[in-house]
Design a protein around this ligand. Structure first.
Ligand code: CP
Ligand code: NVA
Length: 300
């Protein structure tokens, strides 16, 4: 069988993704009970980071340790990747030595090229286009708190960015409807959106998008690589803050999620972030378990 990669949620079927949720929950229970699970004993994951990270690095590195394996952190500054070694060459060399590769980078083409030349599974740890690992954690978190998300309504409030794109893909695979509220000019990629058909739609008005939602999600207004646009974006997104007035439009049992790191009182008020509907800390913790289910699936 050819090597499976996880560059997008669409690389896995709905059934496979659902099984990852169940396995993630199981792995979390085992950890809390102190049970050892060494399904990736003596396996190595190479982690290439072209961008900063806290959650992704800590969760993958700890995750490999928990499963009995090992992770190597590679930054372009200290490897030949930063000195212009061709990506296909690096992919062929690294993948002859390790059992999996996780990459966080800017251009999505980089991860696609690497995967094309890699003999082992490649995992997308975030690109400018997609952030599928975060969705594994978000979907596990929703399941733990509220059960199956199929048939529910999710409101995306903010930028049509990598997280928004992964929510659009998630609407296809997990079967929820997605209302996207973003300012004019900050819409998601039209191809990714149209692929979801009726499942996902751009509404623009945040209060309308949030109406009766079961889950409200936002993210920073300026992503990594867009720092110089921060001021311009603060103006464009001013009416797209997730605050208590917006949360009141949602279903009373609605949850709030944010992939973090958050800019308090910018895209979300401290009141909502720290409030009773927020599950952001569970969401961050679940990166570990959801990804361990994925690592097992791809590498064991
Ligand atoms: N949510 C997320 O991916 O966080 P990091 O940038 O800290 O990895
Ligand atoms: N959209 C954000 C997500 C960070 C985890 C970014 O790309 O910077």
């Amino acid at each position: 069988m050819s090597t499976r990669h996880f560059l997008s949620l669409l690389d896995l079927t709905s059934d496979e993704l659902h099984n990852l949720i169940l396995r993630g929950i199981e792995l979390k229970e085992y950890r809390k009970e102190g049970q050892v699970v060494d399904t990736l004993s003596r396996k190595t994951l190479a982690m290439i980071f072209d961008k900063s990270s806290t959650r992704t690095r800590v969760s993958f590195e700890t995750g490999m340790t928990l499963l009995g394996g090992h992770a190597i952190f590679l930054s372009p500054r200290d490897t030949q990747l930063g000195r212009g070694e061709p990506l296909p060459d690096a992919a062929r060399v690294i993948s002859r030595m390790v059992d999996g590769v996780m990459i966080r980078t800017y251009d999505h083409n980089v991860i696609e090229t690497f995967a094309e030349h890699s003999a082992v599974p490649v995992i997308n740890g975030l690109t400018d286009l997609l952030h599928p690992c975060q969705l594994l954690a978000d979907m596990q978190t929703y399941f733990e708190h509220r059960g199956n998300i199929a048939g529910k309504k999710v409101a995306w409030i903010g930028d049509g960015n990598n997280m928004c794109h992964s929510y659009i893909n998630a609407s296809i695979r997990y079967g929820f409807t997605l209302a996207i509220a973003c300012p004019e000019g900050y819409e998601p990629d039209p191809d990714i959106l149209s692929n979801a058909g009726d499942r996902a739609s751009v509404i623009h008005d945040p209060l309308e998008a949030a109406k009766d939602a079961d889950l409200v999600v936002t993210d920073v207004w300026a992503s990594m690589g867009q720092e110089e646009e921060q001021k311009k974006r603060e103006i464009a997104f001013a009416s797209y803050q997730v605050n208590s007035a917006l949360m009141q439009r949602a279903d009373p049992a609605a949850l709030f999620m944010h992939c973090l790191p958050a800019h308090r009182d910018e895209e979300v008020t401290t009141e909502v972030l720290e409030g009773p509907q927020s599950v952001v800390w569970d969401e961050a913790e679940n990166r570990l378990y959801a990804q361990n289910a994925l690592l097992e699936f791809l590498m064991s």
